[in-house]
Design a protein around this ligand. Structure first.
Ligand SMILES: [Zn+2]
Length: 286
């Protein structure tokens, strides 16, 4: 699979019954960023995003399977509400992981990226095409994380200022354009559900913990209070919205990045009911 195949496949899902697709913007290097909607806008609304860390593109593949699954469930009268899904927030980074520096058309940028990466093996790259780690670039206690770095890197560079990156601005604008009751962020790896941004009130913390426990009852993942996590999308949601936001790390910790396609069927089986579980859990409390 290369990046062009992946983008074509993502776009093809826009033709499914009960699925709406929009292009919500373009990455730094001009690749489309797609958002999907499955369901209706009357009931509970769940926002999900994946592929924000490049080497974690298995989260994108999971969300693509989930779009098909949710569309089927909706056809069969399975829920009254909606799911907004941005499956690939960081297409330029995933292009580097899948295709290497051949995916970069500008020669100077290619040389810069090789320098940042310390070679031309980009299989462990997390950042976007400019060496900024998108999931530490949000304006949520930005730059205060223990693993944050201050210079372009394959991972953990926070950017020169908060929300400096196009892909982050696109996700924020999209989130602001919709109404949602819950946010699920999909990453790899570790089979962990993180909850609990530092600034949450005790009530909000208890609410997010309850959601994480409900999810854990489906996929068996460990529930962990995030400690010192800042600048991520879940953190940004927690800071700006009074809705639960959790981060789910797909795949066993014993596997190596990037997790291979061969584990997608087992990861999907374990997690396919998680979004609907989150949905019904929110439904109960609203
Ligand atoms: Zn990640």
């Amino acid at each position: 699979m290369n990046i062009d195949d992946l983008l074509r496949y993502i776009e093809s899902l826009g033709g499914l019954a009960n699925v709406k697709m929009d292009t919500i913007g373009y990455s730094t290097f001009g690749r489309p960023i797609y958002a999907f909607f499955v369901g209706n806008t009357t009931g509970v609304q769940v926002l999900m995003e994946g592929g924000i860390h490049a080497r974690e593109y298995l989260s994108t593949l999971f969300l693509l399977e989930e779009i098909k699954y949710l569309a089927d469930q909706y056809s069969n009268g399975g829920f009254d509400g909606g799911f907004y899904i941005v499956p690939l927030v960081n297409p330029d980074g995933v292009a580097l992981v899948l295709d290497g520096d051949i995916s970069v058309t500008c020669d100077i940028q290619k040389q810069i990226l090789n320098l940042i990466n310390g070679g031309n093996d980009f299989s462990l790259w997390k950042a976007n095409g400019l060496g900024v780690d998108l999931n530490v670039n949000f304006d949520a206690e930005w730059g205060t994380g223990v693993q944050n770095v201050k210079c372009p890197s394959s991972g953990n560079f926070v950017g020169f200022y908060p929300e400096s990156e196009r892909e982050v601005a696109i996700l924020i604008n999209f989130a602001k354009s919709i109404s949602f009751d819950c946010s699920l962020s999909w990453h790899t790896k570790g089979e962990v559900i993180y909850y609990g941004f530092d600034t949450l009130s005790p009530q909000s913390l208890a609410r997010d913990y309850a959601l994480a426990k409900e999810i854990s009852a489906v996929n068996g993942y460990q529930v962990v209070k995030s400690d010192g996590s800042v600048g991520g999308f879940s953190d940004w949601v927690s800071l700006n919205y009074d809705v639960p936001a959790v981060t789910i790390e797909l795949g066993s910790a014993s596997l190596s990045h990037p997790l291979g396609l061969e584990i997608l069927p087992s990861v999907f089986e374990k997690n396919k009911k998680v979004p609907l579980k989150a949905f019904s859990s929110i439904q109960k409390t609203t």
